[in-house]
Design a protein around this ligand. Sequence first.
Ligand SMILES: *Cc1c(COP(=O)(O)O)cnc(C)c1O
Length: 382
Amino acid sequence: MRKIYLDNNATTPIHPEVIKEMGNDLEITYGNPSTLYSIGKEAKAKLEEARGRVANIIGAKSEEIVFTSGGTEANNLAIFGICKAYRNKGNHIITSKIEHDSVLNTCKALERDGFDIAYLPVDSYGMVDPEELKKAIRPDTIIISIMHSNNETGTIQPVSDMARIAKDRGIPFHTDAVQSIGKIKVNVEDLGVNLLSIASHKIYGPKGIGALYIRKGTRIQPILFGGHQEKGYRPGTENVPGIVGFGKAAEIADKNIETERLARLRDRLYNSLKEKIERIRLNGHPTRRLPNTLNVSIEFVEVEGMILALDDLGISVGTGSACATDTLEPSHVLAAMGVPPQLAHSTLRFSLGMDNTDEDIDYLIEIFPGVIERLRSFSPLY
Ligand SMILES: *Cc1c(COP(=O)(O)O)cnc(C)c1O
C-alpha cells in the first residue's frame, strides 16, 4: 500500500545522509570528546563541526550554541536558567497561551515555586499582539518567552517586534523556534532574541538532540550539574552521534528550505478540499503561517475517526496537537483562539515535508472527501 506521511510537525523522517553520517560516527569516531588522545580529539572535531553547522542555520556564532537532549530541554534550560540568574531582580515571567507544553509546563512548575506568570492572549488567528506584551511588562519581569511559530496552526508570531520591546526594557527574550527552523529563514540577528530553541527531529535529524542558542552576554545558569561539557551549561558526556546527525540535518535543511513548493502543495490541498467538502474551516493565519502547515476543522466528524480511516488508507496525519492524542483534551491553542471544544474535536493537522509530492496531494484530494462523507453518514448531528 502507498504510504503518505503528513505529520511532519510531530516529527520528520530521518534523512538518509544523516543516517550515513551517524553510522560513520558510531563506528569510527566513538571517542569521548573530553579526552586527549586522537580518537577523542576526532570526536571533539566532529562535535565542533556540528556546532558550526547548527549555528549557521540561524546566523549565530558557534560558541553561542549549547547542545541539549531536544527542544523540551532547550526550553527548560532557557526559562529555568534565566529565572535562576535573575532571581534577585524579580519573579515575573511573560509567555503566551499557545506555547508548546514544554514551555507552558515549565512556567506552571515555576508558578508553584512562587513565580508570577502572565499568559498573553491571542487573536482568532492565533497571533500574539505586541501591544499586549507592552501592557504586561512590569519592573519585576525577568524573562519573556514567546514561540516563533505554532506547531498546531503554523501561525508565525511577530517575534522581532516583541524582542525589540523586551530589549528596550532590558528583559531577556526567548523564542521556541522548533517548528520554524528548516521551514522558513530564521536569523537570530534579524530577530534580536537572546535565546532560541531548536530540535533535531523536526528537521530530518535524529530524536533526543536539540540546542539552545544563547546570545553572547546573556546571563543564564545551568539546570543540570556535573562536568564541564558545553561550558558547564549542559554537563554530561555529549551525545556525539546525535549531535553529528543534528549537524548534518542542519546543513541539509539550510540548503533546502522549500517554502514555495510546500506552500503550493498545501494551498492546492486546502482549495480542493474546500470545494469538495462543506463546512470545513481553516485554523491559523491565512498568510503569516508556516508554508507546510494546514490545520482544518471539519464539522460533524470526530478527529479519531478521521485519523484511523486515513491510516487504513496509508495516510498519516496529526490531530490538532500531538499531545492531545493521549489526553483527548481539546487543544489549548485552539481554545485560546476561541475555537469551541466541539469544533476542536473535529480538527486535523496536515503538515507537509520534504518527501511529499504532487501525487500525494492528488491521492489525498481523491479519497478524503469520500472518507468525510462516510463518517458524516454516521453522525446524528449532520
Ligand atoms: C516538538 C516541539 C518541541 C519539543 O521538542 P522535543 O525535541 O520533542 O523535546 C518544542 N516546541 C515545539 C514548538 C515543538 O513543536
